[in-house]
Design a protein around this ligand. Structure first.
Ligand code: 3HC
Length: 284
């Protein structure tokens, strides 16, 4: 029988993770707070699959089988019997901890995983009674395309949970990499100072936004320039990650650049709002 997974939070990461698991043959319960957000999440997954079908990468049969593996729910009890819970709600410790209290009480899974980008795993694990089952699984955006997953061990994560999580990630076709509970783990520890530095260079007028992005794209062979990537991730998300790492480390390289703070307070959050460093046609 296919393994059952519960994904909590039908946003960008949650829908991407759900898509990766249903495509790999897992049964997925996607939990959200409102019917509207769940329907939107499902429409995003279906649209991505239809795009893949239009390119001849998926058949209609594969799409209907994958979509048949997806169940939407606003009720944690529907997740009961899940092998793993993967939480992808907003990057606020209190919100995530509330979710884990409910997940542990209602779902009883072998693995309790958070997709946090920067909050310490050991801190979030304080929300649950059995911390040995708690682990970080940090996926990358866009999840259906990006292969690596950081598997972050909290101070109480058991060896059995770590091994089960590594196996689970492999079973969904991704590449798990074990890391310790270090501020920003590996990816954001490297990425956030780079994005911040690009913004500081823009503030200082060292080059234009297009200039900075083109140099990094072509000169360092990155798929996107840093400003374009920050818009893609979401400027609010970048700022939240930097704040979280800065609060833990007090390392100036994580202190959000003034221009980032201003764009976020003006509601210019990147692609999702139609404007960040660049202007975008409004996307769904
Ligand atoms: N969802 C699913 N699939 C998508 C997608 C999405 N949102 N966006 C693009 N794709 C797929 C396309 O369908 C296409 O698939 P195919 O090759 O099988 O046909 C493939 O990705 C390439 O897409 P495109 O040809 O449309 O566009 P590009 O070649 O420009 O690639 C990109 C788009 C994959 C987003 C590429 O620009 C890229 O890799 N950018 C960098 C992304 C990155 O760095 N992500 C990490 C962010 S950091 C993070 O997530 C951590 C967090 O904590 C902040």
């Amino acid at each position: 029988m296919a393994k059952k997974i519960t994904v909590i939070g039908p946003g960008t990461m949650g829908t991407g993770i759900a898509q990766a698991f249903i495509t790999a043959g897992f049964e997925v319960v996607l939990i959200g707070r409102s019917e509207e957000s769940l329907q939107r999440g499902m429409a995003i997954i279906k649209a991505r699959m239809d795009k893949a079908a239009a390119k001849g990468k998926l058949s209609q049969q594969e799409i209907s089988s994958a979509m048949g593996n997806l169940k939407l729910s606003a009720n944690y009890d529907d997740g009961r019997g899940s092998y793993a819970v993967i939480e992808t709600v907003s990057e606020m410790a209190e919100t995530k901890m509330e979710v884990f209290k409910l997940a542990e009480e209602h779902i009883h899974s072998e693995i309790l995983a958070t997709n946090t980008s920067s909050i310490p795993i050991s801190k979030l694990s304080e929300a649950v009674k059995d911390r040995s089952r708690f682990i970080g699984l940090h996926f990358f955006n866009p999840v259906p395309v990006m292969k690596p997953v950081e598997v972050i061990l909290g101070k109480d994560t058991s060896k059995a949970t770590a091994e089960a999580a590594l196996r689970l990630i492999e079973e969904c076709g991704k590449v798990p990499i074990e890391v310790i509970d270090y501020p920003g783990f590996v990816a954001n520890s490297v990425l956030m100072p780079m994005l911040n530095e690009a913004i500081i260079l823009l503030e200082k007028g060292v080059s234009t936004k297009e200039g900075i992005d083109t140099i990094i794209k072509l000169g360092l062979n990155h798929p996107m320039g840093p400003l374009e990537l920050a818009d893609y991730i979401g400027l609010d998300v970048c700022k939240d990650i930097m704040d979280s790492i800065y609060n833990e480390t007090h390392d100036m390289k994580f202190k959000p650049a003034e221009m980032l703070i201003q764009l976020v307070s003006a509601g210019k959050l990147g692609r999702k709002t139609g404007e960040g460093f660049y202007l975008y046609k409004q996307e769904r």
